[in-house]
Design a protein around this ligand. Structure first.
Ligand SMILES: CC[C@@H](C(=O)O)C(=O)SCCNC(=O)CCNC(=O)[C@H](O)C(C)(C)COP(=O)(O)OP(=O)(O)OC[C@H]1O[C@@H](n2cnc3c(N)ncnc32)[C@H](O)[C@@H]1OP(=O)(O)O
Ligand code: CO
Length: 134
């Protein structure tokens, strides 16, 4: 069921500073910042040969990453995003096995224009998991 690693996400307090680390320090291709109010984050994507890094800064009053940054003020690894062929089939299989699907449980459109869902970190070895339909 599980497919490619789509991205590794890092929550940061200052997205321009984090983007500069990858652009100027590592020489990576880095996108312009993009605000996604429906997800409560501003994102920058770093393109790597085999995957992407998603840098995220809180956006708005109720950002889902605000509490994480309170606990980790310098930033930190936030989630892994795996591709799946059929997101509803993947959700139903994981939920039937006892995993908690976050939010309404219905997929929303993510940063790449594809349906995404989040799974509770306590059910996945302490790692917040995002599923994205391939
Ligand atoms: C850009 C769009 C999209 C894309 O297409 O790529 C995105 O990636 S959007 C990314 C941001 N959106 C989300 O993260 C949505 C899903 N997240 C949530 O619903 C919440 O953040 C959460 C996972 C339920 C956590 O909620 P929060 O209020 O911050 O904390 P809790 O107190 O409820 O946490 C409970 C428990 O879990 C631990 N925790 C929290 N976040 C993480 C994490 N990222 N990784 C690992 N563990 C995490 C937290 O420490 C608590 O543990 P205990 O203290 O032991 O209870
Ligand atoms: Co993500």
């Amino acid at each position: 069921m599980i497919g490619r690693l789509n991205h590794v996400a890092i929550a940061v307090p200052d997205i321009e500073a984090a983007a500069a680390i990858y652009r100027d320090g590592f020489g990576a291709t880095v996108s312009a910042p993009r605000g996604l109010p429906e997800h409560g984050v501003t994102v920058v994507f770093v393109d790597l040969p085999n995957t992407r890094v998603e840098l995220m800064q809180p956006l708005g009053e109720a950002s889902p990453i605000a509490k994480f940054l309170e606990r980790n003020p310098g930033g930190g690894l936030h989630h892994l995003c795996y591709e799946v062929e059929d997101i509803l089939a993947a959700r139903d299989r994981l939920a039937a096995a006892g995993a908690r699907v976050l939010g309404s449980g219905e997929p929303r459109i993510g940063a790449h224009g594809k349906p995404v869902l989040f799974l509770h970190p306590k059910d996945f070895a302490g790692t917040l998991v995002e599923l994205e339909e391939a």
